[in-house]
Design a protein around this ligand. Structure first.
Ligand code: ADP
Ligand code: MG
Length: 738
């Protein structure tokens, strides 16, 4: 599979593959799977439209039979023209060739061939001008497969050129060695690799094609799960620092002071974490729970147990805003228990919470680093970026990663692989719960715990989609409602997708190229030029002043976004947290973790520009107190459009697991798996977290068994190769650490 195509099939075939499709090795080519197949006698379009109607200019591949062919000199223009009429089912097409009289020989009546070219109108019918074609039943194409593969291709390198190259490769090469042990193949009823590759490219029947795909998908799932199992094994090669529980420490004091009762699942998950933390087998846990389920307290109680054992805990957040918010709320929750070294520290004992972010001034940074290094800080809260730069800890016992979906898998590895004899316990928290199959795929190396309930007394968040284009009145009413909320002593968020005042790089919190566009029915239809793409998304710096001078005049209104200096952001957040600001107009900088229970209303402008999970996260910023809360998705999307339908569905779906299912449905799920591949060609071509859940679970069992018996895969070199091909060198690095 590593053989260069140049060596395998020569430059004539290899060079275009490299130039146009970046396929360099035999493996690259054989893993360039067909996008779809056509059975004989069917017509296929280059575009994916289903309606079978042709459009001038469209690129098509047709399997047809020549009915008649003529060649003649042209009268007006000088030259020769060949015209072949082909039939494809009931349709007729004329293929024309200029100055290629020899074409007449190739296309004798009765010849079957695959034609590929651009359609145009000609004498009331359809014409393919100078199409490329392969004659079937002659030479190399004599034994065409029963299903003709259609490849991802370009105008410069057509699908069948790829097919011919694949055939050539399959003809000259021996079957690759099969990395899967015979017994695994037998147990799971999998084809051999050689068979699978042959049949995925050149299947005779749909059944063959299906069996081939199953084997190849299995390889991807298995490679990924082996990587996960390997990471898991590597995470446990070194012991973790044991943090036995104490009943006279901070954890106990904190529990005694809690102003509310823990939910049942908070208690149960807490117990299970406490037990593992007490031992020296590393905790390796994913904590799932819907927005507002109270993950932070679970994490804090775990951190306190670690501090009680004389060690340190670090809490990592994806953004600076969230990190300082976490530091602030941990301090608030701990009260005097968190003010070690201050006058009002608890006399019975206290710890210190130190914030470490990139925007600290030089002195503050030095102090913070010193706190971490000396052990004065029991809890360090920071952004991942900062911790990556190699902060020294006196005795790190636990790493808590909040909102993990923003971090990649190998960042998780980095945390664990800090030098030393021990490896810290790791607790990862997701922002939005994810379905089990996705969890297995992305977090297969972690055990999972779940908070299954929200704290008692939570008010449901009344969510409504507001089609402002259709019902502008509703929006006016929304601004009135803001006044009412504020009059009742509550606070309101207004969220916009963009910062505004362009010039700088877009902030990380800007909504990505509108996810809604993916669903926009206009996008694929003709005649909708870029001008139909309408206005840019609403911006904080424009909407803020507009509201302050217009419908929300008289209210205390502030704006918040990622391009503001850190101290300004902090000041605004603090003022909002303390109730000195009525309305906060912000970007998604508030998306994760921000916790102001007095905020009871959120208005999301241009809501169609956000992803489904993002909207659920945003909405979770309200409904945190005991007062009823509401969230409005404001959009100009048209009635009945997929974008509005999606918002309406989300509005009707309060449950996080349901939301993530909805999210997967609407998202190009390549994102789910591809996001972590950071630009590298992904080894995952076929695996779909939605469709292959069962298979992923099977592969995971098998992978765990293999790795338990042979952690470094030393006795399974083929499987080590499979892991590398699926997750890439960088992420397979753990193999070398074992
Ligand atoms: P998330 O799981 O989204 O991170 P948080 O940890 O931010 O949720 O908790 C949301 C809010 O609920 C916080 O204000 C927190 O203090 C509060 N909370 C957590 N647990 C409980 C509980 N058992 N009873 C009442 N309120 C709770
Ligand atoms: Mg949180």
């Amino acid at each position: 599979m590593e053989t260069s195509l140049l060596t395998a099939v020569g430059g004539k075939t290899a060079k275009p593959l490299a130039r146009h499709l970046e396929l360099h090795t035999v493996g690259d080519l054989l893993r360039h799977y067909p996008r779809k197949y056509i059975a004989h006698e069917t017509v296929t379009h280059a575009s994916e439209r289903e309606d079978q109607r042709f459009r001038p200019g469209e690129h098509v591949t047709l399997l047809g039979t020549v009915e008649h062919v003529t060649g003649r000199r042209m009268r007006q223009r000088r030259g020769h023209i060949t015209e072949a009429t082909i039939s494809v089912g009931a349709q007729r097409f004329t293929c024309t060739f200029f100055n290629q009289p020899y074409r007449e020989r190739d296309l004798q009546p009765g010849t079957r061939a695959l034609f590929s070219g651009d359609l145009s109108r000609y004498r009331g019918g359809w014409q393919l001008a100078a199409p490329e074609f392969i004659v079937l039943g002659a030479g190399v194409s004599a034994d065409l497969p029963g299903l003709i593969p259609i490849y991802p291709a370009t105008k410069k390198l057509r699908s069948w050129a790829v097919m011919m190259a694949v055939r050539q490769v399959l003809d000259v090469l021996d079957d690759p060695e099969d990395p899967l042990p015979e017994v695994v193949r037998a147990t799971h009823g999998l084809a051999s690799l050689g068979d699978a590759l042959r049949r995925v490219h050149l299947p005779d029947t749909w059944a063959e094609q299906k069996a081939a795909r199953r084997r190849l998908v299995w390889d991807e799932a298995f490679g990924l799960q082996l990587a996960m199992a390997g990471r898991r094994a590597s995470a446990t090669t070194r012991p973790a620092p044991a943090c036995p529980r104490r009943d006279d420490g901070l954890a106990a004091a904190f529990d005694a002071r809690l102003p509310f009762a823990l939910t049942t699942s908070q208690r149960e998950v807490g117990e299970s974490l406490a037990t593992v933390l007490a031992g020296d087998e590393p905790l390796n846990r994913l904590l799932q729970g819907d927005v507002g389920s109270g993950k932070t307290i679970v994490a804090l109680r775990a951190m306190l147990q670690v501090v009680d054992a004389g060690r340190q805990a670090v809490l990592l957040a994806p953004t600076e805003v969230l990190a300082s918010q976490h530091a602030r709320s941990l301090r608030a929750m701990l009260g005097s228990l968190g003010r070690a070294g201050e006058l009002d520290a608890d006399p019975a004992g206290a710890t210190r919470i130190t914030l470490l972010t990139g925007s600290l001034g030089a002195k503050a940074r030095r102090d913070a680093l010193l706190d971490a290094q000396s052990g004065a800080a029991g809890i360090v809260v920071g952004t991942h970026a900062v911790i990556q730069q190699g902060v020294g800890f006196a005795d790190l016992g636990l790493v808590v990663v909040d909102e993990q979906h923003r971090f990649g898998v190998h960042q998780r590895d980095e945390l664990r692989s800090r030098p030393g004899d021990t490896t810290p316990h790791v607790l990862v928290m997701t922002a939005t719960p994810i379905p089990r199959t996705v969890a297995l795929t992305l977090y297969g190396d972690l055990d999972t715990s779940e908070l299954t309930e929200l704290p008692a007394g939570r008010q449901p968040i009344a969510t409504v989609a507001v089609p402002a284009g259709v019902r502008p009145r509703w929006l006016d009413r929304a601004w009135e409602r803001v006044h009412e909320e504020v009059a009742a002593g509550h606070q309101v968020y207004v969220v916009c997708p963009r910062i505004g005042e362009e010039g700088g790089e877009p902030g990380e919190e800007e909504a990505p190229a509108p996810a809604g566009d993916l669903l926009d029915p206009e996008r694929d239809t003709e005649g909708e030029g870029p001008e139909a793409e309408a206005r840019p998304p609403l911006a904080v710096t424009e909407v803020g002043p507009m509201l302050a001078e217009g419908p929300l005049a008289g209210l205390r209104l502030e704006i918040l976004h990622g391009r503001m200096p850190a101290d300004e952001k902090d000041a605004v957040m603090r003022a909002f947290g303390e109730g000195r600001v009525d309305v906060l107009v912000a970007t998604t900088v508030i998306e994760v973790g921000v916790d102001v229970p007095n905020a009871t209303m959120m208005i999301i402008m241009d809501a169609d520009r956000f992803g489904v999970s993002q909207l659920h996260q945003l909405r979770g910023r309200v409904g945190r107190g005991s007062a009823p809360s509401s969230c409005l998705f404001v959009t100009e999307a048209a009635q009945g459009s997929p974008a509005l339908t999606r918002l309406e569905r989300l509005a009707a779906t309060p449950d996080g697991f349901e939301v993530s299912r909805l999210d997967l449905e609407v998202r190009d799920e390549g994102d789910v798996l591809g996001a972590e591949q950071s630009g590298r060609r992904s080894g995952l071509h076929m695996l779909s977290v939605l469709r292959h859940g069962d298979l992923v679970a099977e592969a995971r069992e098998e992978a765990r068994a293999v790795v338990a018996a042979d952690p470094s895969l030393a006795r399974h070199p083929g499987l080590a190769g499979l892991v590398r091909s699926v997750v890439g060198e960088a992420e397979a690095a753990f193999l070398d650490r074992l």
